[in-house]
Ligand binder design. Structure first.
Ligand SMILES: *Cc1c(COP(=O)(O)O)cnc(C)c1O
Length: 354
């Protein structure tokens, strides 16, 4: 039987394993930070209508530049952004891949501060970009001086910051982003996939865009918007950055069905984002309850919580799964991550953990 090892695959991909969060059919799925609430009926109907209107024209390619969608996204973000500042693709993973293709590549490097989003190094590797795995401090924080030191030492072509950070949950102090922007020669990508869940008073890096043409802020509709299956991610940056990714993007990468569905979802954003407050309440309930029970828990600005299990996390993960509750082992010894979903899902998780 032929296996991957028998193929003339790239040397740097030999022996690698693909991204693989388990997709298991269990009653309580709290492992990939999806929004647990299904779309409200009126929003689902509006999306179906918008998609239906496109179907007869599927003989034609979609708008290659997704101009109307980018205008909608600019309007949603505010901060004086316009269509020229926005770029969209099939998930923020794809926009990050495009950024790596344009600004990374063979002979170039990207740095990140772990524990952080496991896709950043995988995307870098796929784009032939050397990954530099710098570390956060023992409390998962990142001090401006420490970030600056690592960047001076390695002089990377791209810096990945994640705020609020996955899997720890905590947002970065804006001073870190400023320190990195002031030090780095390369592009600075701030992954704000969870921005909508941040606690009161947590600023977005979007505010820094006017003075920083090498800053890129990536966002997604996969989490707060409850649109993970729709696959729509985007970034905001200087218009020159949008020009740069157009050199590497596939022509017509964003289907007309995706564009129409995403636009309908954005038009109904009040209804979709209405779940954010309820999810934040469950998040704070998980943090509070676990701390009452004596667990060490990271502060969370996201829709998930990282906590120390006080033993082998693999055992706790399996025992929860045996009770029908799937959470995430992010490979951090002694720690597990749980998504905040509905009150009933929180009940099941907290009861199961007990
Ligand atoms: C979930 C997540 C994303 C989202 O990826 P999509 O491709 O937009 O679904 C991006 N970044 C981080 C840190 C995430 O946790």
């Amino acid at each position: 039987m032929t296996t991957i090892d028998d193929l003339p695959i790239r040397d740097d991909l030999r022996g690698q394993t693909p991204y693989g969060a388990p997709q298991l059919d269990v009653p309580v799925r709290l492992n990939t930070n999806e929004n647990s609430y299904e779309l409200p009926g009126e929003v689902a109907d509006a999306i179906v209508k918008a998609v239906a209107a496109e179907v007869k024209d599927l003989n034609r390619y979609p708008d290659r530049d997704a101009v109307a969608l980018r205008a909608d996204l600019a309007d949603y973000l505010g901060h004086g952004l316009t269509t020229a500042n926005l770029w969209a693709a099939n998930g923020s993973n794809e926009v990050q891949q495009q950024l790596l293709q344009a600004f990374g590549g063979p002979g170039r490097s990207a740095i990140g501060f772990g524990p952080s989003y496991s896709m950043h190094p995988l995307l870098a590797q796929g784009a032939g970009t050397r990954w530099i795995g710098a570390l956060r401090d023992a409390d998962f924080g990142l001090a401006p001086g420490a970030a600056r030191d690592e960047i001076e030492r390695h002089d990377p072509d791209l810096v990945f910051l994640c705020s609020p950070n996955n899997p720890t949950g905590t947002a970065l102090d804006p001073e870190v982003v400023t320190a990195v922007l002031d030090t780095a020669r390369g592009m600075v990508v701030v992954d704000e996939a969870y921005a909508e869940f941040a606690r009161e008073g947590t600023p977005s890096a979007l505010a820094l865009l006017p003075e920083h043409p090498r800053l890129v802020v990536t966002r997604t509709m996969s989490k707060a918007f409850g649109f993970a299956g729709g696959r729509l991610g985007y970034f905001a940056a200087h218009p020159a950055v949008v020009d740069a990714v157009q050199l590497v993007r596939l022509p017509y990468h964003l289907s007309s069905l995706t564009q129409a569905a995403a636009r309908a979802a954005i038009a109904h954003r009040a209804a979709l984002l209405a779940t954010v407050e309820a999810i934040k309440q469950q998040r704070d309930r998980i943090v509070g309850t676990l701390r009452e029970r004596g667990y060490r828990v990271a502060d969370s600005d996201a829709n998930f919580v990282l906590f120390e299990v006080g033993g082998d996390q693999k055992v706790v993960w399996q025992r929860l799964l045996d009770r029908g509750v799937l959470i995430r082992d992010v490979g951090l010894p002694g720690w597990l991550r749980v998504t905040a979903g509905t009150p009933e899902e929180t009940d099941a998780f907290l009861e199961g953990l007990r």
